[in-house]
Design a protein around this ligand. Structure first.
Ligand SMILES: Cc1cc2nc3c(=O)[nH]c(=O)nc-3n(C[C@H](O)[C@H](O)[C@H](O)COP(=O)(O)OP(=O)(O)OC[C@H]3O[C@@H](n4cnc5c(N)ncnc54)[C@H](O)[C@@H]3O)c2cc1C
Ligand SMILES: *[C@@H]1O[C@H](CO)[C@@H](O)[C@H](O)[C@H]1NC(C)=O
Length: 444
């Protein structure tokens, strides 16, 4: 096994000085007085996400309104050697927006248009301020939807940047399977379209897949200013279900067998006894305190009956009990409430303590609730999460199924990839961003 020696040292350094002053007046010429903020509160708000990682505020926050402005602002940063940190909605969980070396935060919230909807081709192009809920509200009357759902109402370009997924991934894939093209502004202000301008083929064998390179790049290669996404027909019917199991093994075996049987299940989520207990208390529910599966099926009425009976049979054979099914939206919502509020239920286990999240994509979520002011506890949680990640690596898995690498997983990434692969990643980064201005200190 390759042991990595890169130590992650994070210090907040501000740029300041005459270069910053000159840059700020140039920024104002590009996006106006309103489009540039040096205010303390605004900077603090843009230096943190929803994780426990320390807040490093940027020196200045800019609010461009179009790709031309993003490009012009990037050129100024390039001229004055200022770091660029793209900001979507700040729901990330790996400290990705923290401005470790100070610099300029590009908040993309003012670019919030849904562009180029092609209903017959099942695709749409959106600007970086559009969130997944806003897109689905926009699509409501078309019979189409975008299913990737990381829980939070994140920006779709931020989701592309972190290669997000969530509960629907088992049926519809992650952002990686659902992005067709990206418009990206590089560190020197150049605008590129990863699949060619305006292209949106369902399949292609045309050269290197640059779209895939930028999916999951966490703002370290460029600023995503447009994403073209695959859309899906809203299923004719949806059924939700909850089922209790005598052991973790029984729940896991059922999951594997349901997938092996080819049931096109949309969501299958596992909660252990501690988690279900927390959810019961948080929402005054009364689920049995045992390992539990939350399921959801999408399809036609007749295909659903078949999916459900197969699943019920398999679960029963594994000792599953207390089955509850729901068809109408309201009851489904109530049934799944425990799962939807799991994050907040976990927080409530220890009031006042933020949360570290580690998510096993598609299968399980392991949450550790900690008190960040207790340095001994933080250290123990750190050692535990590292051991957990190393176990995943030892089983041919990955140290991060969701959320990306950000600050927290950089050493583990080296272990996962090995030195040669890391070297290729570094040279790609160097080719696209030779001055290391794009979100420095993240991933690599
Ligand atoms: C309660 C909760 C549950 C969550 N559950 C899941 C889950 O199940 N699955 C999952 O995958 N994630 C989950 N997340 C994490 C989070 O929602 C994702 O990481 C999300 O994709 C980040 O999007 P954002 O717009 O908020 O990005 P931000 O937090 O603003 O940024 C995240 C990173 O992406 C970069 N970035 C953002 N926008 C751009 C852009 N336009 N161009 C280039 N780089 C950019 C930033 O620089 C940063 O490095 C959860 C978060 C919360 C709070
Ligand atoms: C290229 O990558 C994108 C984004 O990950 C993906 O959607 C697309 O299917 C890939 N194309 C090919 C030909 O593999």
């Amino acid at each position: 096994m390759i042991v990595c020696v890169c130590v992650c040292v994070c210090v907040c350094v501000c740029v300041q000085g005459p270069a910053l002053e000159k840059a700020v007046s140039a920024f104002r010429c590009v996006c106006g007085e309103d489009g540039v903020s040096l205010g303390e509160a605004v900077r603090q708000q843009h230096g943190r996400d929803e994780s426990v990682h320390r807040c490093c505020p940027p020196d200045v926050v800019v609010f461009p309104r179009c790709v031309e402005e993003v490009s012009a602002l990037a050129k100024i940063c390039h001229r004055y050697d200022l770091p660029i940190i793209p900001f979507g909605t700040g729901t990330g969980l790996e400290g990705g927006v923290s401005a470790l070396n100070g610099g300029v935060c590009f908040s993309l919230r003012n670019m919030d248009q849904v562009l180029d909807l092609h209903q017959e081709d099942f695709d749409v192009t959106v600007e970086p301020g559009v969130t997944r809920k806003a897109l689905n509200a926009h699509l409501r009357h078309t019979g189409l939807w975008f299913p990737v759902d990381p829980g939070a109402d994140a920006s779709l370009c931020g989701m592309a940047a972190t290669s997000a997924s969530g509960t629907n991934a088992v049926r519809y894939g992650t952002m990686r399977e659902n992005v067709l093209n990206l418009e990206v502004v590089l560190a020197d202000g150049t605008v590129v379209h990863t699949a060619g301008k305006g292209r949106r083929p369902r399949k292609t064998s045309a050269g290197y897949n640059l779209t895939n390179l930028f999916v999951g790049s966490e703002g370290t290669l460029g600023i995503i200013t447009k994403t073209t996404l695959r859309l899906y027909g809203i299923p004719e019917a949806t059924v939700s279900a909850v089922c209790s199991f005598p052991s973790v093994q029984a729940a896991v075996d059922s999951t594997v067998q349901v997938l092996q049987a080819g049931v096109p299940i949309a969501r299958i989520e596992f909660l252990d006894d501690v988690m279900i207990d927390a959810c019961n208390r948080y929402n005054s529910l009364s689920y049995p305190v045992t390992p539990t599966l939350f399921l959801e099926f999408h399809g036609t009425e007749s295909s659903l009956d078949e999916q459900i009976s197969t699943t019920e049979e398999i679960s029963g054979a594994n000792g599953g009990s207390d089955f509850q099914w729901a068809r109408d939206a309201e009851t489904r919502e109530r049934l799944w409430k425990a799962r939807h509020d799991a994050w907040y239920a976990a927080l409530a286990l220890r009031p006042g303590c933020p949360l570290v999240g580690h998510v096993g994509d598609g299968n399980f979520h392991c949450l550790t609730v900690l008190d960040p002011s207790d340095s001994d506890e933080v250290q123990r949680v750190h050692l535990f999460t590292e051991r957990l990640a190393r176990r995943a690596l030892a089983m041919d898995g990955t140290c991060t199924g969701e959320h990306g690498v950000g600050l927290g997983k950089r050493a583990l990434l080296c272990e996962e990839m090995g030195p040669m692969t890391m070297e290729v990643m570094r040279s790609l980064k160097h080719t696209l961003d030779p001055k290391n201005l794009m979100n420095p200190g993240k991933i690599l």
